[in-house]
Design a protein around this ligand. Structure first.
Ligand SMILES: *Cc1c(COP(=O)(O)O)cnc(C)c1O
Length: 383
């Protein structure tokens, strides 16, 4: 399917997924095979020879995610972090410097601080919503990459993608955007000037909390070809069943995101007006410092809401423990609502660093249940 003139939901359901030419199967088969018979030495049928290098189910997903992000090339990985690692070691070399968000996702921070740094990569954490600070942190000739996340995990800060692309390109650097929180339904960084997008497809794209996966999408064929070489050379690829599950999740991404946004808007307003809540982080609230930029670059404001408990760390932990319908768990982006304490759970790896998160913070992944049930359970959990 050539996707360009179709709307988002049509692309989500059809891109990369024409009915199977041999059988007419409407859904792409799970090609659960490691290798492919060759017709003669050096003549793989349809180009398939070994599933680390390529696999038809994975190809369907890769074509789909590239179309959803409006990019040239999509590449699938075993996890979001595998995608990040492959990207870093493709575009950077030891001695290069990268700017990362001052409140990056904990796993991304750990990848830079504990893995990439040992490999010789230098990095600086900077508040990406402060463009003067971004410019000041740039080391011309050494800074290869701005690594952006917007909205960020877990503080929901907003970076201006078009402005960051402008700065990166002025210095011949690349802009990478982690689009996990927004999903391509709400935000398309490549159209705003980003060179590449990374996803933890574990989250909204998969959408059902049943599969771990990652993806990269590039703005150009050249960067896509380079990454495809490293995808095969490094081998952090997903199995066919995992990408099949992700593809199935993506079919409903648009309708799910609308409901995530509806519910999150209601919950953010409820928390803003609640006496046990000191502060709410949701880019859809007028009071959010990134609200205007978010309104400019996002379709709506997403399903993630964080808040600080007025009663401090103890109360934040108690709210998480008392919630019944909200499942106490890491991860996000599934149909079911999750609650967690970032300081002791998802962002524990940033403890003691400049990226430490407030101890009284609670993070909500607002699901698509009936919002009144979610509100009632939060009310009782807040006490
Ligand atoms: C979860 C997450 C990742 C890492 O993805 P995995 O699939 O868990 O490896 C990266 N970035 C963000 C914003 C995330 O939420």
């Amino acid at each position: 399917m050539t996707a360009n003139h179709y709307g988002f939901d049509t692309i989500a359901i059809h891109a990369g997924q024409d009915p199977d030419p041999r059988t007419g199967a409407v859904v792409p088969p799970i090609y659960q095979t490691s290798t492919f018979a060759q017709d003669a030495v050096g003549s793989p049928r349809l180009g398939y020879e070994y599933s680390r290098s390529s696999n038809p189910t994975r190809d369907a997903f890769q074509e789909n995610i590239a179309a959803l992000e409006g990019g040239r090339r999509g590449l699938a990985f075993a996890s979001g972090l595998a995608a990040e690692d492959t990207f870093l070691r493709t575009v950077c070399r030891p001695g290069d410097h990268v700017l990362i968000p001052g409140d990056a996702y904990g796993g991304t921070f750990r990848l830079f601080a504990k893995v990439a740094e040992n490999w010789g990569l230098d990095w600086t954490a900077v508040q990406l919503d402060d463009l003067d600070a971004v410019r000041a942190a740039f080391r011309p000739g050494h800074t290869k990459l701005i690594w952006a996340e917007t909205p960020t995990n877990p503080l929901l800060s907003i970076a201006d993608i078009a402005a960051l692309a402008g700065i990166a390109h002025e210095y011949d650097a690349l802009l990478m955007v982690d689009n996990t929180f927004a999903s391509p339904y709400l935000q398309q960084p490549i159209a705003l000037g980003a060179d590449a997008v990374v996803h933890s497809t574990t989250k909204y794209l998969g959408g059902h909390s049943d599969v771990i996966g990652g993806a990269l999408v590039t703005a150009t064929d050249d960067l896509g070809d380079e990454l495809a070489f490293y995808q095969n050379a490094m081998g952090a690829v997903p199995g066919p069943f995992d990408v099949w599950l992700t593809l199935r999740g993506i079919k409903t991404l648009g309708v799910r995101m609308e409901r995530h946004c509806d519910n999150a808007e209601r919950i953010a307003t409820f928390l803003r007006d609640h006496k046990s809540v000191a502060e709410v982080y949701y880019p859809g609230l007028d009071s959010h410092p990134g609200h205007e930029i978010a309104a400019k670059q996002m379709r709506r404001f997403g399903g993630m809401v964080s808040f600080r408990a007025a009663g401090g760390e103890q109360q934040a932990v108690e709210v998480c423990n008392r919630a019944k319908l909200w499942v106490l768990a890491e991860s996000l982006g599934g149909v079911e609502s999750l609650i967690e304490h970032p300081g002791r759970m998802t962002h524990l790896s940033a403890a003691g660093s400049a990226l430490e998160v407030p101890a009284d913070l609670v993070r909500l992944s607002v699901g698509i249940e009936n919002v009144d049930d979610l509100l009632a359970d939060l009310e009782q959990a807040l006490g």
